[in-house]
Design a protein around this ligand. Structure first.
Ligand code: ADP
Length: 788
């Protein structure tokens, strides 16, 4: 038989290799040894490590392991460049971003091949997904640069941003970090991951070629220590990190108290839910994309298949049949589906996890056939017979391993889907639009794909809930993450209140006071667990009342009550607004009493403070049904509905000045957006907020939405920070207290806002708007396909 006839007979795929010549020429032209790109110049290679091609183990180049001195030089260059870069007109910055986008498109084949050689991902993906998205990101942000002033009035860039990225989408993660940072007027020091530095270095050359002013982009290569040197550098204003939750937590702890901005895009264990009425063949194709795209080394990989029991067998049979057709092999071959994993250490890690899972009862299916013997290849795997506690279900595997479980009802699907510490993404398949749109908002994830998966676009924010991190990349939210209000830099240290000398008192005297205010938990007044009260003194040190001395147990009860009231989030915004208006009205009705109480505690006339508190409640009642989302139009037949959702339960620690206005200003945006709250009012002047119970009780506020625990602010703040049931924590107080709160929040990576000892004057009208609303919410992007 001649060759063509043979091909028709066997229908085998022939090799379709992409040439590596150009990439090799580029590497050769650099002598296959790289220094850093700092201040627009290349440093000489220092102590180096090898970057290898994981598909065949061959060395590609030597990469310099950056030292703290290298990082320092890069930060100095970025600092020096910041003034003129941020002063450029947005249009001019946009022109540079546009030029970068054009150059990336022009050299897209070189970038794609180099990425595939360095990372092991199939050329089909680097060519059709990674690099086009990189270009799209720079185009999109060229526009933001130009429209910045109009869209973000009175905002300024952070300054120098330290950016640390992983190896799974080397150039794409660089684009996600650098494009918005530059558009906003920041300068950057970026460290690529040690396995995959090459496209970042090629990108540096593009920066040179487009004439980007020196120092605006600095690329320092290296390992974890180099990353840590960036994190700890005192002249960096913001850290943006993408990588493992483990390192994300180290970075949160390391930056606590530093005042550095922080955004974290971390791990995931995303559910892929298939309902019985789904288009099963499409869902199988989606699944291939969800878990075998980039060998499963994707933070938002749909790695947990949840399939409705009625179709489980049928669906899994289709999945197995499809797996048998996936081609594993040379990533530079254009007909390959699954390439090489990034490094031998990852292959070993995945094999170890699989062994553990199997020992715990998992059954693993892998299709027949061989994978290339040399190089970091693994077959696709389907894992069944697992419970939620199995290692393979709970741990992020970051490889081509799918775990499957079944569910019976939509409620069970949601419960299983949310049963993870992560919350990056979720996918659901159903032909029933009512079901799909009912489930999407219930999934605790930053991105939800309906009848599709792994869709990304520069105009649509991406980022996680829970331990998948905070901050968004892409779209308006992504721009906001690189800007801060202009006035923040002018904040002065808050005046430290003079201690009041308490008049000597006999503890037994307390019993003669006509009022000992209790705590307010779950809509009821509650005695403190400790059984102790704390005295409240007037301005001259006289005893004017007592409140409960709250402890760990009281906070726990309050958090439990707050979480039980989470249905508040589903109350219509209009109804939440009504409750806030009602609170305002009832407070206004009792204004004289509240003013007198302020006077008794602080000695100041409280009339104005009460009036401002009423106005603040009105303001956020007005916001409840207005601070909402958007509909994005990514370049495909889909919309992305950006839904503004509450964080969940927010802890609030208010400060001593303006004891009523302060607490109300923090509480109102929280509850207006559908969060529930645990409030620790001023330790010193708590009676304004213990009086507030009666206002709450007469205003139709559902039980548990607002809980108030009195006591020592720092003690209560620490307990709130350490509590995993608290999703966000706002702390007004000293710099040391703020650092403590940020550090102690690491456990569940709760989102914090702290005043860091600065004078945030909450009576300023600027706090009646989006400043706290945006901190009380997170954006979920729901991708909805339309059209045929
Ligand atoms: P992954 O699991 O994706 O490899 P890592 O979190 O280990 O994720 O790595 C992501 C990036 O973080 C890499 O660039 C790595 O060098 C860097 N890195 C690792 N350890 C640290 C650290 N302690 N501080 C800062 N950066 C680090």
């Amino acid at each position: 038989m001649n060759k063509i006839a043979q091909i028709f007979d066997s229908l085998d795929y022939g090799p379709a290799p992409e040439t590596a010549d150009q990439a090799n020429e580029w590497l050769d032209s650099k002598g296959r040894a790289f220094g850093h790109f700092i201040d627009g110049k290349w440093t000489k290679p220092g102590k180096t490590f090898a970057s290898t091609n994981p598909a065949n183990g061959s060395k590609l180049a030597d990469i310099t392991d950056g030292t703290a001195a290298d990082v320092d030089a890069a930060v100095k260059a970025a600092r020096a460049a910041f003034k003129s870069w941020s002063a450029l007109r947005g249009y001019e910055r946009g022109r540079y971003l546009y030029a970068i986008a054009r150059m990336i498109q022009k050299h897209s084949r070189l970038f794609a091949v180099l990425e595939t050689m360095d990372n092991g991902k199939p050329i089909r993906e680097s060519r059709d997904v990674d690099i086009p998205l990189v270009a799209r990101h720079f185009y999109h942000h060229a526009g933001w640069a130009q429209h910045l002033e109009r869209e973000f009035p009175d905002h300024v860039p952070y300054g120098v941003c330290g950016q640390i990225i992983p190896w799974n989408f080397p150039l794409l993660m660089l684009a996600w970090k650098i494009a918005p940072a530059l558009a906003a007027g920041n300068t950057v020091v970026l460290k690529p991951a040690e396995f995959t530095s090459l496209t970042a270095l090629l990108f540096a050359e593009i920066c040179e070629r487009v004439g980007l002013p020196r120092g605006v982009v600095n690329i320092v290569t290296g390992e974890g220590d180099t990353g840590a040197a960036i994190v700890n550098h005192s002249d960096i204003d913001k850290i943006a990190f993408t990588g493992s939750t483990e390192v994300g937590k180290l970075i949160r702890a390391a930056t606590a108290g530093s005042g550095k901005g922080l955004s974290l895009e971390l791990g995931g264990k995303s559910p892929y839910i298939v309902f019985e009425d789904a288009d099963l063949d499409s869902a199988v194709e989606g699944l291939v994309e969800a878990i075998w795209f980039n060998q499963g080394q994707v933070c938002c990989a749909g790695s947990r298949l949840l399939v409705q029991e009625s179709i489980e067998e049928r669906f899994l049979a289709k999945v197995r049949a499809r797996m048998a057709k996936l081609r594993v092999g040379d990533p530079l071959d254009k007909s390959i589906d699954i390439g090489a994993l990034v490094a031998p250490v990852q292959v070993e890690r995945i094999k170890d996890l699989m062994k553990r899972g199997v020992a715990e009862g998992a059954i693993v299916y892998e299709p027949d056939g061989q994978v290339p013997a040399d190089g970091c290849f693994l077959k696709p795997a389907l894992v069944t017979n697992v419970s939620p506690a199995n290692t393979l279900v709970s741990e992020e595997i970051f490889g081509p391993v799918l775990v499957a479980m079944s569910f019976r009802t939509p409620e069970e699907a949601v419960a299983l889907a949310n049963n993870t510490r992560y919350g990056l993404a979720a996918t659901l398949w159903s032909e029933n639009i009512n079901l799909a749109l009912d489930i999407a908002p219930k999934l605790k994830a930053g991105v939800v794909w309906i009848n599709g998966t792994n869709q990304f676009d520069a105009a649509v924010g991406f980022g996680g809930y829970k331990e998948s991190g905070y901050g968004r990349e892409g779209g308006r939210e992504g721009m906001a993450a690189y800007l801060k209000p202009l006035w923040e830099k002018d904040l002065k240290p808050a005046a430290v209140a003079k201690p009041v000398m308490a008049k000597p008192a006999n503890p037994l005297d307390g019993g003669h006071l006509d009022q000992t205010a209790k705590m307010y938990i779950g809509g009821k007044q509650a005695r403190p667990d400790s059984g102790y009260n704390r005295p409240v003194h007037g301005p001259k040190g006289e005893l004017i009342g007592e409140v409960g001395e709250g402890n760990r147990k009281d906070i726990r009860n309050a958090v439990e009550a707050a979480r039980a009231a989470s249905g508040w989030a589903n109350t219509a915004a209009h109804s939440r607004a009504q409750v806030l208006y009602f609170l305002a009205e009832n407070l206004d009705y009792r204004r004289d009493e509240f003013a007198a109480r302020i006077k008794a505690q602080t000695g100041e006339d409280g009339t104005e403070e009460v009036a401002q508190s009423v106005e603040r409640l009105f303001a956020f009642a007005g916001w409840a049904d207005k601070f909402d989302g958007a509909v994005h139009n990514p370049p495909m037949r889909a919309i992305a509905a950006a839904m503004v959702e509450p964080l969940g339960t927010i802890g609030i620690v208010a400060s001593d000045n303006n004891p009523l206005l302060n607490a109300v200003s923090l509480l109102a945006p929280t509850i207006a957006m559908g969060n529930t709250a645990v409030l620790a009012p001023s330790s010193r002047h708590p009676l304004s907020m213990t009086d507030f119970y009666q206002v709450l009780e007469t205003s139709d506020m559902p039980s548990g939405v607002v809980n108030i625990v009195t006591g020592d602010s720092l003690t209560l703040a620490r307990t709130l920070a350490e509590h995993d049931g608290v999703d966000g924590l706002w702390f007004m107080g000293s710099a040391e207290g703020s650092a403590m709160v940020e550090k102690a929040s690491v456990g569940n990576l709760k989102q914090t806002w702290t005043s860091r000892g600065l004078d945030y004057d909450l009576s300023d009208p600027r706090f009646a708007g989006d400043y706290f609303l945006s901190k009380a919410t997170q954006v979920k992007n729901v991708w909805i396909p339309y059209g045929a």
